[in-house]
Design a protein around this ligand. Structure first.
Ligand code: ADP
Length: 199
């Protein structure tokens, strides 16, 4: 079974492309979703975080207060290191578990992650598929989707891999600067190819 990493900058269209593969029956796992799931109320990771930082790290509903946690790890690098050493192995294990569903018969699955190439997540993948759009399209689509300002989006883009570095690491690239039907046709063609190559 091949784990194909699907990455691209913010607003490049990863989720859109992942859904199109999903419509063809391809199983996909979103790394951001998994990172949130492992600290949901009732998880061992959230209990460890509350024990370490105190109950003030929880909202009145008992969920993780992400803004507060972000503030702490921003100000205290040693706390960031503590948090990462707690969460990295837990996230990794959960990713591996979700990437291998029972009774799955296709030869490949997708790991969707904005920071696939920036972190060691790419080590969980055998191939990399990049969703690519020009930076200006990325900015416009993200601003239309979220309530972020242009400056916020530009800051996020600056913290991610530059476009040409990302595509240079790709085994395949999807051009998402075209109408959705064209992109869907590219996805179908790639799927046919992957079914043969990975089958
Ligand atoms: P990502 O998951 O990479 O952050 P999304 O899949 O959420 O990106 O896409 C960002 C925004 O752009 C969404 O609002 C999505 O509907 C829109 N979008 C994605 N692909 C296209 C396309 N080919 N044409 C127009 N809009 C698109």
């Amino acid at each position: 079974m091949i784990v194909l990493g699907l990455t691209g900058g913010i607003g490049s269209g990863k989720s859109t492309v992942a859904r199109q593969f999903g419509a063809l029956g391809v199983h996909w796992v979103d790394a951001d979703d998994v990172a949130r799931e492992v600290v949901e109320p009732g998880t061992p990771a959230l209990a460890a975080i509350a024990e370490h930082f105190g109950q003030e790290i929880l909202t009145s509903e008992g969920a993780l207060d992400r803004a507060r946690l972000r503030q702490i790890v921003f100000e205290q690098p040693e706390q960031r290191a503590w948090l990462e050493s707690l969460l990295h192995p837990i996230i990794r294990e959960e990713l591996i578990r979700q990437l291998h569903p029972a009774d799955y018969t296709l030869p490949y699955v997708l790991l969707v992650s904005p920071l696939l190439l920036e972190t060691d997540q790419h080590k969980l993948t055998e191939r990399v598929l990049v969703v690519d759009v020009p930076e200006e399209v990325q900015i416009e689509r993200t601003m239309a989707r979220d309530t972020n300002s242009r400056e916020q989006v530009e800051r996020i883009i600056a913290a991610q891999l530059p476009r040409d570095h990302r595509t240079a690491k790709a085994n395949a690239v999807i051009d998402n600067n075209q109408p959705a039907e064209k992109v869907a046709a590219e996805v179908r063609a790639l799927h046919e190819r992957f079914m043969v190559d990975f089958g």
